[in-house]
Design a protein around this ligand. Structure first.
Ligand code: SF4
Ligand code: SF4
Length: 371
């Protein structure tokens, strides 16, 4: 196992972390707790959960595991500013998590689910969540405060430059890194620990290994390549994996044991496949991102990539819109796809010569069908 510094905290975290959002809760609780202990025995020392995972059951499973888990390890959980919008509510949430986790402190507490700057501002306002967390920190209930964000790179830079947190949790993987990298680099440059969520693109990569064979280097699968990417990046401290089985733990640990960094040539190969073999996929370069109507074109084109790359059906695209609108790529949009007035500016700027207007028309149809 590789261990890396988590920002300036002095904590050395395992490059593979255990995310508690993919337990098989149809199993007896003790089996899931045993999986946590097994991961710890393999060298994993970072365990991340949230009160919203399985309605608090994820925190309770970790709590059950921790009772009989020897060694030094770190515990992370979260609270949303939209729910805990005062210092008192934030403190109560920390106390409730501590009870479920059965511990006397939390190592990293995340201000959770930031999708736009207003969420960050809500957490940071006088008398708000951050103030409550600072008080908890003074009293030793939590060690470090971090952010969990789904925002673009410019927002990430703004927040980490504000210098109020020790770490940040971001969704980054081998398929979306051109889009996410600004944020990762900004956090790393600010000396903030970076934890990567969704290293397997929410399961898309293992589910489409055949179509994504080009991601892999010699002797590895696309899933292993995707894990190797986040595990070996110096800018990323921990790749958070949602584990269900021992085999998944073994595979991730084996990748970490043998991790060879992605070379520039590897990255160029991946970028090349995203832009050429996958014919007309958006590379998230951002050159088109100046729509006078306020349409977030790179985000819409990244979403469209799901059909382009994975051949998702129209129905699947419509079904995923709820997530994309509320939590995903489109959560911070100022305008929907149907706001396009076909001025042509973006197509002029597009490095991939994509038919953006035509794609937006198709997406507008999906957005209409969703309503
Ligand atoms: S063509 Fe449409 S999406 Fe492109 S810049 Fe003009 S209004 Fe925006
Ligand atoms: S310029 Fe083209 S390839 Fe680049 S982000 Fe915009 S749509 Fe994607």
């Amino acid at each position: 196992m590789i261990y890396k510094q988590y920002g300036k905290t002095g904590m050395r975290l395992s490059a593979v972390g255990f995310g508690g959002m993919r337990f098989d809760i149809s199993r007896p609780r003790e089996e899931n707790a045993e999986l946590v202990r097994y991961a710890c025995s393999k060298g994993i020392n970072y365990f991340d959960t949230a009160p919203g995972y399985f309605d608090g059951q994820s925190e309770e499973i970790f709590g059950m595991a921790f009772k009989e888990m020897p060694g030094e390890y770190y515990v992370s959980t979260k609270g949303m500013p939209v729910f805990y919008d005062t210092a008192d509510k934030a403190r109560k949430a920390v106390e409730e998590s501590l009870t479920r986790l059965g511990t006397d402190h939390i190592d990293v507490y995340h201000i959770w689910c930031l999708r736009k700057m207003e969420h960050y501002e809500l957490a940071m306002r006088k008398g708000g969540q951050y103030e409550g967390l600072l008080k908890c920190q003074e009293e030793g209930l939590i060690s470090h405060i971090a952010l969990s964000s789904h925002q673009p790179g410019a927002d990430i830079k703004c927040m980490v430059d504000d210098a109020k947190v020790a770490g940040i949790l971001l969704g980054v993987n081998l398929l979306n890194f051109p889009y996410r990298w600004d944020g990762v680099q900004a956090a790393f440059d600010a000396g903030v620990g970076v934890v990567a969520m969704n290293p397997l693109s929410g399961g898309l990569i293992p589910q489409h290994e055949e179509q994504l064979a080009w991601m892999a280097g010699p002797g590895e699968t696309p899933t292993q390549a995707a894990l190797r990417f986040v595990i070996s990046c110096p800018q990323i401290t921990v790749a958070l994996n949602g584990f269900t089985t021992r085999e998944q733990v073994d595979m991730a640990c084996a990748v970490a044991d043998a991790a060879q960094p992605f070379t520039d040539a590897d990255l160029a190969r991946v970028r090349g496949h995203i832009s050429t073999n996958l014919d007309a996929a958006c590379t998230a370069c951002g050159y088109c991102d100046d729509c006078p109507q306020g349409i977030p074109i790179p985000s819409y084109m990244q979403y469209y990539n799901n059909q382009q790359i994975f051949g998702s059906s129209d129905e699947e695209m419509i079904n995923s819109l709820g997530f994309q609108h509320d939590w995903g790529l489109l959560a911070t949009r100022k305008a929907d796809a149907d706001a396009c007035v076909q001025c042509g500016q973006c197509e002029e700027a597009c490095t991939q010569h994509l038919p953006i207007i035509q794609r937006l028309e198709k997406i507008a149809g999906w957005e209409k069908a969703k309503v």
